[in-house]
Ligand binder design. Structure first.
Ligand SMILES: NC(=O)c1ccc[n+]([C@@H]2O[C@H](COP(=O)([O-])OP(=O)(O)OC[C@H]3O[C@@H](n4cnc5c(N)ncnc54)[C@H](O)[C@@H]3O)[C@@H](O)[C@H]2O)c1
Length: 334
């Protein structure tokens, strides 16, 4: 299968590296970036033969069977719709689109075609820890889930990130992961903004509460300027016990009066296994296997939760998460 990549920034470069070194059955045929120098660099590093001027050129190119979108959020909707119109499978980085109405337009276009073509880059669905949590919930071994505690910390946020980015770009991963683990839908959301760190110009950290339709509560600490590194945690409290993500470190180090492990500076090392598994599952789908990972519907739900969360940031109240009727194309469950 010949893949075209749109976006040669942090994620595009990482995906290109994984696809060219760790995924069988695919070849990256072309790459496009608004910054031609970046496209050239990533092409050179990964043996990509062609550089195209524009993302839409990638979609239209007859030599490309499937498209990976890793350009900024606002480019996702038009590019995904172009892929659907061309009948090409597309792996789009999260979020599927910034507005729930735009995600729904994508969902409806895909339903009109009648088969799954869109996968959204919520890679935690491929992280061994979350996979095990979901399996444990499904097995019933620990009884019903009651509360899920989540922590999402970054070393520092770029200066352009606004307060709503904590919800729409960061907590959105937990929104999808919680739906994936719990297998249900959230009904309402609230956001508590307390004392802010002096190290940021936006209200940071923020505490998000989600209440699922069955009453399960999910709390999410989002802290973009936690300073010490990238750190994601989760503990699911059930009737008969708890299950948590284990620290993902293979080694610990003793050095200069300190005994412990290092936190990575960003998400790429933490979720390296998940990105690899995500791209392998996509490649298997492209070769005729089942659709895997987050669907366009999951992308729509995640953005709908984020929209309600941004309303809750402003109102200081619980906000209801309104969802359209789930189309049959996406089956049941999250
Ligand atoms: N799944 C994850 O863990 C994860 C992590 C980080 C970012 N993301 C998502 O991935 C996407 C890319 O994020 P990033 O961190 O790589 O950003 P980035 O800024 O590093 O890279 C984006 C690239 O897209 C290029 N670009 C801009 N407009 C373009 C256009 N119209 N056509 C083609 N290229 C264009 C830019 O020049 C840049 O090289 C975003 O949607 C982001 O939300 C996902």
């Amino acid at each position: 299968m010949k893949i075209g990549i749109i976006g040669a920034g942090v994620m595009g470069a990482d995906h290109a590296h994984i696809l060219s070194t760790s995924v069988a059955g695919v070849e990256i045929a072309a790459i496009a970036d608004a910054d031609a120098g970046r496209a050239r660099r990533v092409a050179g590093e990964n043996g990509i033969g062609r550089i195209l001027a524009d993302g839409f050129d990638v979609v239209k190119d007859d030599g490309i069977d499937a498209v990976l979108i890793a350009s900024p959020d606002e480019t996702h909707k038009p590019l995904v719709l172009a892929c659907l119109d061309a009948g090409k499978p597309v792996l789009c980085e999260k979020p599927l689109a910034r507005a729930a109405a735009d995600c729904l337009e994508i969902v409806r276009r895909e339903c009109g075609i009648g088969r799954r073509l869109v996968q959204v880059g919520f890679m935690r669905r491929f992280d061994p820890g979350y996979v095990d949590m979901r399996r444990t919930v499904e097995s019933g071994e620990l009884g019903a889930p009651l509360i899920m505690h989540c922590i999402h910390r970054n070393e520092s946020a770029p200066a352009y990130v606004e307060a709503q980015g904590l919800i729409a770009n960061s907590a959105v991963h937990e929104f999808d992961a919680a739906r994936y683990v719990l297998g249900g839908e959230p009904a309402r959301i609230s956001v508590v903004i307390g004392r802010a760190t002096s190290k940021a110009r936006i209200p940071d950290p923020q505490l998000v509460l989600l209440e699922f339709r069955d009453g399960t509560v999910v709390d999410i600490e989002v802290f973009l300027n936690a300073r010490y590194g990238y750190d994601v945690r989760a503990e699911l409290v059930c009737e008969e016990g708890t299950i948590s993500l284990a620290p993902p470190h293979a080694t610990t180090m003793v050095h200069r009066q300190h005994d412990g492990f290092q936190h990575p500076r960003d998400w790429r090392p933490r979720f390296a296994d998940a990105y690899r598994a995500e791209l392998r599952a996509w490649a298997a789908f492209l070769s005729g296997g089942p659709a895997a990972g987050a669907s366009a519907w999951d992308g729509y739900v995640a953005t709908s939760i984020a929209e309600a969360g941004i309303r809750a940031q402003k109102s200081g109240q619980w906000e209801t998460i309104e969802l359209a009727e789930r189309p049959a194309l996406y089956g049941a469950g999250a």
